[in-house]
Design a binder for this molecule. Structure first.
Ligand SMILES: Cc1cc2nc3c(=O)[nH]c(=O)nc-3n(C[C@H](O)[C@H](O)[C@H](O)COP(=O)(O)O)c2cc1C
Length: 288
């Protein structure tokens, strides 16, 4: 199952890309409109992309009134990414959502403390506010991401999205000033892949929840590696900015990579990186 990563695809202007996905994940929606951070907000580096978009979005009222109806016309399962600055922020947005496939709870927002208790507190508030499937999107920067995974599972999460960007900084070669307006940003793309693999691996050991793996996927083999670590679905982020046709290519490469290794299906690959040591569970169910 192939999804886009939140914030990396404008579905309304890229229908051909969306047609290659199994579900569409929205940009994170916050209670109030956010203009985003000061520019420049994007800096390319040798091994990945730095962004400090700052969760620019129109806020939940306009999202629900204007964007969501148009996204529904796409005709594929929708996941709405929800963000905020308190558990109440998240819960109230969750309570306003219906008729979608899942909610991705973005627990990696600026100013949201990511201690397991705090992530669990937010998920618990969301759980009380909705019956929709809840996927907790975690940062790879936690000291023990498996522990956070267990905490959000206990709080009622139905799945995990792993991983969000990791903090990074790039300097202008000449002036040595930060290249992003806000100096520090979120680092994504190829350099994130080993970090994402480690997070998926750790969380598959910690819990049987379904996992959407993402972070630096550019090829079918990258996607296969996430599945081998235990991912049930794969999301594409940074690659979509330079290659809108990537989903079709990666899907074809993935099928080839499965067959080339003698597996009958992708299901057979799931978790093989764990060898004979059992991962926490089997055949979790994805909501789409
Ligand atoms: C420009 C940009 C904007 C992003 N916006 C969001 C967002 O609104 N919400 C979110 O949860 N993640 C956001 N992300 C993180 C991605 O969803 C994804 O977790 C991360 O980029 C790792 O995947 P990748 O290496 O394939 O890009 C954003 C990433 C980028 C590059």
């Amino acid at each position: 199952m192939l999804l886009n990563a939140s914030g990396c695809l404008d579905a309304l202007t890229a229908p051909d890309t969306v047609a290659e996905l199994d579900a569409f994940v929205t940009k994170t929606v916050t209670p109030l409109p956010r203009p985003g951070n000061e520019p420049p907000r994007i800096a390319e580096t040798d091994f990945g992309l730095l962004n400090s978009i700052g969760l620019a979005n129109p806020g939940r009222v306009e999202f629900l009134a204007e964007q969501l109806p148009r996204l529904r016309e796409l005709g594929l399962p929708l996941w709405v990414s929800v963000g905020g600055f308190s558990a109440d922020d998240y819960a109230e947005t969750c309570s306003m959502l219906e008729g979608i496939a899942a909610i991705e709870v973005n627990l990696s927002c600026p100013n949201v403390d990511e201690a397991p208790e705090s992530a669990a507190e937010i998920v618990a508030a969301c759980r009380a506010a909705t019956d929709l499937p809840l996927f907790a999107k975690l940062s790879p920067a936690s000291w023990d991401v498996g522990e956070v995974a267990r905490a959000v599972e206990a709080a009622g999460a139905d799945g995990l999205s792993l991983v969000n960007t990791i903090r990074g900084l790039a300097l202008d070669e000449r002036t040595l000033a930060p290249r992003l307006g806000r100096a520090v940003g979120g680092y994504s793309g190829p350099a994130l892949k080993p970090i994402a693999l480690a997070a998926v691996y750790a969380c598959r050991r910690a819990t049987a929840l379904p996992i959407v793996g993402m972070g630096g996927v550019r090829t079918g083999l990258d996607a296969l590696e996430l599945v081998a670590c235990g991912a049930n679905a794969v999301a594409l982020g940074t690659v979509l900015f330079c290659e809108p046709d990537a989903p079709a290519r990666i899907r074809a490469e993935l099928a080839e990579a499965v067959a080339a290794r003698g597996f009958a299906s992708l299901d057979e690959v799931r978790g093989v990186a764990h060898g004979g040591v059992a991962a926490a569970g089997e055949r979790p169910v994805m909501p789409v």
